[in-house]
Design a binder for this molecule. Sequence first.
Ligand code: SF4
Length: 356
Amino acid sequence: MNTDNANLQFYPSEQISSAILSWFDQHGRKNLPWQFERSAYRVWLSEVMLQQTQVATVIPYFERFTERFPKVEDLAAADIDEVLHLWTGLGYYARARNLHKCAQRVCEQYQGKFPAEVDALADLPGIGRSTAGAILSISQNRYAPILDGNVKRFLARLHCIPGWPGTTRVQKQLWQLAEHYTPETRCADYTQAVMDLGAIVCTRRNPLCDQCPLEPFCAAKRTASQHDFPAPKPKKERPVRSVKLYILQNKQGEIFLEQRPATGIWGGLWSLPEKERLQQLFPHEQPEDYLLHGKLTHQFSHFTLQAEIYQNTLTDINLLQDGQSCWYNPNQPDEIGLPGPIHKLLHSDQFLNQLF
Ligand code: SF4
């Protein structure tokens, strides 16, 4: 092992990268939809969808998006509502809003061509340093290291790096390792290989060390401490936010929805009004008299949402003329973006059966 860094000890880069690439040649994934026609646009789209989301979930979304928006110009020109609609169910909606903004920036600032430098890419909405590296290495086969969750995990284990990777100190160490081990050749394959290695072999719960090309080098395997690395995020009690949501149904069985503000939870999506909003919109309504329809719990990254859902049928109610409210027919849904839990609620058999 090379010890020329005060804090880290490195294996020779060639030794690690060839072990990973040989494993990839035999076991890596080579038929994912974004591995064909590796344009920067398609790689970027897949990488944004894959942030926090598994490959199997992403594939149908990727296919729908590329069919509807074959080029970045198509996505940039689309209405944000349509983008959010196609994103419905994939979660973390800030990604979809950034996706749309990023497509517009690429068209306005770079004439529809993604920039070819990590710093310029990482300056675009929703693209961090690791995603920028993935775009460049996969689409152009250029040296551009990545450090996504999968890579952090196997590097932290390979070297028994203590501490949570969210801290600056640990991030810095992991980037040093990622830069050191990324080869100058076969850059696209290596990027796919490290993502696959973390997803298939060095998994979070049950790492398959006996199938791992890094097993002869791995400090965590040697010390039987695979589960100690990487250290988890220090736990904070997740606060609970309680809200009341109202299903207002007109005589045709349509549901009143309003578009949420662009920022904040479910930003830009169409949802049921909360109590205060209901009273602002329809001062004559008496929400206390509404029937409890059910309860809903949803985990956000920083808090738990607990919602009580009330329901009532209204006889004389008009939409506001601000364009930010609509009647939604779950049997013939408009193409607008709904938060996953609200979509699930309004399209459940139990709910549909009781509509007129
Ligand atoms: S030997 Fe085990 S813990 Fe180490 S990198 Fe491989 S799978 Fe992960």
